[in-house]
Design a protein around this ligand. Structure first.
Ligand code: NAD
Length: 273
């Protein structure tokens, strides 16, 4: 199914972890572009319903599905619900993620495992199911493979896929893992005409980093890390995700797009190199 960045009419988009933050902004943005949106949530049903209401208000439609992305049976349920309601899938935004922070010397196996399970294994299960669905659709309707990608996946990484992060080694390792997962499956699945890319946000104003943006001193410190001198918004990320999921980026595959106001430019070297 063809699409420009402005047109997702008739396309079916799953956004994992879309009851809040970046996922919610992505879901609402795709809704505003005419998509059928599957709003996945883990535990906040009310917030997921609020996301759906915002989608409807913007002219889209969708459903809400509870699933823990780190559990295979839940993800299978998420995809079954999607196909049973809309009959197909065009885009997966694999966004769900969390932080469980601890100094390395104190980090328990449980803290390590939780983050890897959700942030990395969750990405594996969701992207595999999306790819299986895309291949199945293309086999049953080969015409759709003629010129455009048969399906698009955008994985939510972080600047911490390349910036080391003391005190958050489970998180940074999960995001570093996403980069090689994304690049390896892009290489493997490109011949099927499936496109897979990542976005790597810097500091985006969501609940995940509320401790920073709600504290003036911490915000001032943060600005030293951002050459563009502002914190990002979930909508900054959503617009880039939509572009990567559209045919406007049809020749972009296996790439990571940093949405970080320049955080990855080593800003501390600007006047200190
Ligand atoms: P958020 O906490 O608002 O969103 C994370 C979402 O993932 C929540 O809705 C949460 O319920 C969901 N989730 C957590 N565990 C889940 C599970 N097991 N199954 C399904 N859903 C689950 O924070 P956010 O900032 O919007 O984070 C979204 C993504 O963006 C994450 O992958 C995060 O690592 C990434 N990210 C955020 C920032 C930032 O500065 N906010 C920067 C870089 C990357």
């Amino acid at each position: 199914m063809s699409s420009s960045a402005q047109d997702f009419k008739g396309q079916v988009v799953i956004v994992t972890g879309s009851s809040s933050g970046i996922g919610q902004a992505c879901a609402v943005h795709f809704g505003s572009l005419g998509a059928h949106v599957v709003v996945n949530y883990h535990s906040s049903e009310d917030e997921a319903n609020e996301t759906l209401q915002q989608i409807i208000a913007k002219g889209g439609d969708g459903i809400v599905v509870q699933a823990d992305v780190s559990k295979e049976e839940d993800v299978l349920f998420l995809f079954e619900q999607t196909i049973s309601k809309f009959g197909r899938l065009d885009v997966l935004v694999s966004n769900a993620g969390l932080q469980v922070d601890a100094p390395f010397l104190d980090m328990s196996l449980k803290q390590w495992q939780k983050v890897i399970d959700v942030n990395l294994t969750g990405q594996f299960i969701c992207t595999r199911e999306a790819a299986r669905q895309f291949v199945k659709q293309a086999q049953s309707n080969p015409k759709e493979t003629a010129t455009q990608s048969i399906g698009k996946i955008v994985m939510m990484s972080s600047v911490h896929d390349i910036i080391p992060w003391a005190g958050h080694v489970n998180y940074a390792s999960s995001k570093g893992g996403i980069m090689m997962l994304m690049r390896s499956i892009s290489q493997e699945l490109a011949p099927y005409k499936i496109r897979i890319n990542s976005v790597s946000p810097g500091a985006i104003r969501t609940t995940i980093n509320k401790a920073v943006w709600s504290d003036e001193a911490k915000m001032e410190e943060l600005m030293h890390l951002i050459p563009y001198r502002r914190i990002g918004t979930p909508e900054d990320v959503a617009k880039a995700v939509a572009w990567l999921a559209s045919d406007d980026s049809d020749y972009v595959n296996g790439e990571t797009l940093y949405i970080d106001g320049g955080m990855t430019l080593y800003p501390e070297f600007a006047d200190n190199g």
